[in-house]
Design a binder for this molecule. Structure first.
Ligand code: PHE
Length: 347
């Protein structure tokens, strides 16, 4: 039994060592590492004891095995218990460190909003949509034919000088007006026609009130018995909704090759209510758009019988309306995306 006496002594030393060591461990990782040095079946202080069974005399084997198993069970329990405790503490610490107070007031989020020119465009679209118009999206690159010729502006016609054009080739150009869309619509559709066509247009023009790129909204109505009165009635609704209920409209004779008669539409100055101010240059009226009765030549060119049908068309400068509405005196302010400026223009 000498071996067993030795073994018992060895085991109680190991027990003592483990008990002491366990008090020094600080994490589940350390428990894991230390556990390996004790329990590993090849290198562990306890784990490797069974390998020595071969050297133990036969009659002592059972007792040897029993003692080794005892300490093994004890150590396993110690490790498991400490491991569970460590993991619980670690989880608690993690929860503590990741804790968020959902009742704290949050940082203020700056909400974006649509650009003032886009707001105006959407507003105009809504107004005409409520009057039964549908939307046609035209092409920004057009042929000379659609932008000019089909609109009764043949080559060498002086009206071509009214709009300084960016030509891409002798045939192709950046459209100078959304009126080019009128032709596409009338070529592909018989009356009744009732569309608006918002979009970008381009002119070689650059000063405080003109930009090489700006937006227009074309309107076109073709049906039986359409007259200038329909135009005035419709535009009346439009300007009242945009500038206020007491806004009046006035038609002045004008000239566009594709409308006959043609008019410029003025609204009573919404700033001075017609008394005369800086905005309306003392006249009491502000010009807002061009319009007219569609020229019979244009209708016929698109295959629409001008003895049966008549039409009206108008073209609104979207930035111009936005400038008037928000009191902006330079169109560039609308394109520079300077938030300090745009923030001041809020509806
Ligand atoms: N296209 C014209 C312009 O850009 C406006 C307009 C449209 C006039 C429709 C009459 C009818 O100046």
């Amino acid at each position: 039994m000498a071996e067993l006496g030795e073994l018992s002594e060895k085991l109680s030393l190991i027990r003592q060592e483990i008990s002491e060591e366990l008090t020094k461990l600080n994490s589940s990782k350390e428990v894991y590492e230390y556990r390996k040095t004790i329990m590993d079946s090849k290198t562990g202080k306890i784990g490797s004891l069974m390998r020595e069974m071969g050297k133990v005399p036969k009659e002592l084997k059972a007792e040897y095995g029993k003692q080794v198993n005892e300490i093994k069970t004890w150590a396993t329990e110690c490790f498991d218990e400490l491991d569970t405790k460590m993991k619980e503490e670690e989880l608690k610490a993690r929860y503590e460190s990741e804790k968020i107070d959902v009742t704290l007031p949050s940082n203020k989020i700056r909400r974006g909003y649509l650009h003032p020119a886009t707001q105006v465009r959407n507003q105009i679209v809504d107004i005409f949509a409520s009057l039964g118009f549908s939307i046609y999206e035209g092409n920004e690159i057009e042929t000379d034919y659609y932008n000019f010729t089909a609109l009764n502006i043949p080559k060498d016609h002086p009206a071509r000088d009214m709009q300084d054009t960016f030509y891409l080739s002798p045939e192709f150009l950046l459209r100078t007006q959304t009126s080019s869309g009128q032709i596409h619509v009338m070529e592909s559709q018989q009356p009744p026609i009732k569309i608006i066509s918002p979009g970008k247009v381009f002119r070689s023009d650059d000063d405080a009130t003109h930009s090489p790129m700006f937006s227009q909204m074309e309107g076109l109505v073709v049906d039986k018995g359409i007259t200038l009165c329909d135009l005035q009635g419709m535009l009346d609704v439009f300007v009242k909704k945009i500038f206020g209920d007491d806004t009046k409209t006035r038609l002045r004779p004008s000239y566009f090759p594709f409308t006959e008669p043609s008019v410029e539409v003025d609204v009573s100055c919404f700033q001075c209510k017609g008394c005369g101010c800086k905005l309306c240059k003392g006249t009491g009226w502000i010009e807002v758009l061009g319009a007219g009765v569609v020229n019979k030549k244009v209708l016929e060119g698109c295959g629409i019988d001008s003895d049966v049908y008549s039409g009206l068309a108008f073209g609104i400068g979207i930035e111009r309306i936005a400038m008037l509405k928000y009191g902006i005196n330079n169109i560039k302010l609308l394109f520079e995306s300077d938030l300090r400026v745009l923030d001041q223009i809020d509806d």
